[in-house]
Design a protein around this ligand. Structure first.
Ligand code: FAD
Length: 437
């Protein structure tokens, strides 16, 4: 029997379990650990609450989770409750699928002012991640600035721009919905160091911004390259730029009538945050020009109001004691997923924070090949029985997949009208809903 421990129950973790099942069938036992009592990583706490069809992908993992040889071991934090070295002693292979949960630092003067957040924190707040549920951003100012030109920046801008009614059918948590309903933000600036041809925004997400109830997107036509140059772009990027062109063509009277404006400020590098009484009020920006694909400052600076700042500039993994870490890339040091024989990584913990949910799938299959090469059919380790003894001795309150199903049922039962669920945002409440004190 081969015993595998996967640390992290996001997409990368479940795809790896699926690949292991395909490879070894009944001859493998897989334990999927998560620090939270609830599974699915960023599908629950990252993917936007108004994108329910994408969140539905987690149903695909249920089949894997409910099979006899795969187990969810929730509410166990590896590195705190149990060490990687202990797991290596119990399992033939340990696979880190811990994602990249920390914000990449903004590294600007004033970044520590109040009401300046990274996207992990801000997205975690509206998605009810227990670590960030208490964030309490102040939405009483008129201007928000979102830094970054990727889909996460679009998610944040859209969430700030929507009316409460536009969250019908979304699983945005009640504390965020209430705060957004009282929001005074009427202007959202999306800052990008480079130009329209360099955005990392996908067409569907950009298109949504053109169809909001009270908000209108604004693009300065002068920022757009000549239309003929779009032919050099790959088709998806061309579609995204076509959306920006349609935003640039929105007549002034439409802007005048819109209650909220979402403005794209391209060729604009943030240089400093300026505060009053400890909280952000403005951002200093330097105009850039593109040289060989890179944004170079022109020396021309200006200020824009910024009562709330959300930096959507990428993520990094959390180091785990004893595991080699590549600081510069913010991920575990690995060779195609192998950290060393018996210890592996997949997903964002392996590649860094890029790609969609599906991008994590091939990682599972490739790491299973490496495990097969390194440990063959296993070395008679204790596997889950050994872990259960350790958990008992240590008094760990392990949450199983059946417990999660009870939490899930309770969240669905307490949903507001039209919403798929009302998430518990507190670990103790999750454990309580699982039927325990
Ligand atoms: C804001 C945002 C929106 C996104 N929207 C989309 C989208 O619309 N469509 C799309 O295709 N992709 C989207 N993505 C990308 C997608 O979410 C990622 O590709 C995917 O979640 C990465 O999977 P992962 O398993 O590597 O990490 P994660 O999903 O982050 O899972 C990691 C898991 O590990 C657990 N963990 C971490 N440390 C420990 C530890 N020490 N002990 C135990 N458990 C631990 C965490 O609790 C978590 O459950 C989005 C990403 C973000 C950030």
């Amino acid at each position: 029997m081969l015993h595998i421990a996967i640390i992290g129950s996001g997409p990368a973790g479940y795809y790896t379990a699926e690949a292991a099942q395909k490879q070894w069938g009944d001859a493998v036992r897989v334990d999927i650990f998560d620090q939270l009592p609830v599974p699915f990583g960023l599908i629950r706490s990252g993917v936007a609450p108004d994108h329910q069809s994408i969140k539905g992908v987690s149903r695909r993992y249920d089949a894997v989770a409910l099979s006899d040889n795969v187990r969810f071991v929730g509410h166990v934090s590896v590195g705190r409750d149990v060490s990687v070295a202990e797991l290596q002693g119990l399992y033939d292979a340990v696979v880190l699928a811990t994602g990249a949960p920390n914000d990449r630092p903004l590294g600007l003067p004033g970044a520590d002012l109040g009401n300046v957040f990274g996207s992990a924190a801000f997205v975690g707040w509206y998605n009810g991640h227990p670590q960030f549920a208490g964030l309490a951003p102040d939405l009483s100012g008129g201007h928000a600035v979102v830094i970054g030109n990727g889909n996460v920046a679009l998610d944040v801008a859209r969430i700030l721009a929507k009316t409460p009614q536009e969250f019908a059918g979304a699983d945005i948590v009640a504390h965020a919905l209430d705060a957004l309903a009282g929001s005074a933000i009427r202007h959202v600036t999306i800052l990008g160091r480079r130009g329209p041809h360099q955005i990392a925004m996908t067409p569907k997400e950009l298109g949504e911004l053109g169809n909001l109830a009270r908000a209108t997107p604004r693009v300065d036509p002068a920022d757009l390259p000549a239309e003929a140059e779009d032919m050099m772009l790959e088709p998806g990027q061309r579609k995204s730029v076509a959306h920006l062109r349609s935003f640039a063509a929105i007549p002034e009277h439409v802007h005048a009538d819109a209650a909220v404006e979402v403005e794209f400020d391209f060729f604009a590098a943030p240089r400093a945050l300026i505060g009053e009484e400890g909280r952000a009020r403005a951002i200093e920006v330097e105009r850039t020009q593109i040289d060989a694909g890179r944004a170079i400052g022109t020396g021309d600076t200006y200020r824009i109001p910024a009562d709330l700042v959300v930096a959507c500039i990428g993520y990094q993994s959390s180091p785990i004691p004893g595991v080699p870490f590549e600081e510069s890339a913010g991920r575990f040091a690995n060779d195609e997923g192998r950290i060393l024989p018996g210890l592996y990584c997949v997903g964002w913990a392996r590649r860094g924070p890029s790609g969609t949910i599906g991008t994590n799938r091939p990682d599972g299959f490739s790491v299973v090949e490496k495990i097969a090469e390194d440990v063959g059919a296993g070395a008679a380790k204790q596997g889950r029985e050994g872990f259960d003894a350790l958990a008992k001795a240590r008094g760990l309150d392990v949450v199983t997949f059946r417990d999660w199903q009870k939490i899930n049922d309770a969240e669905i039962a307490r949903a507001r009208d039209g919403a798929p669920r009302e998430k518990f945002v507190d670990v103790a409440d999750m454990i309580g809903a699982a039927g325990r004190e």
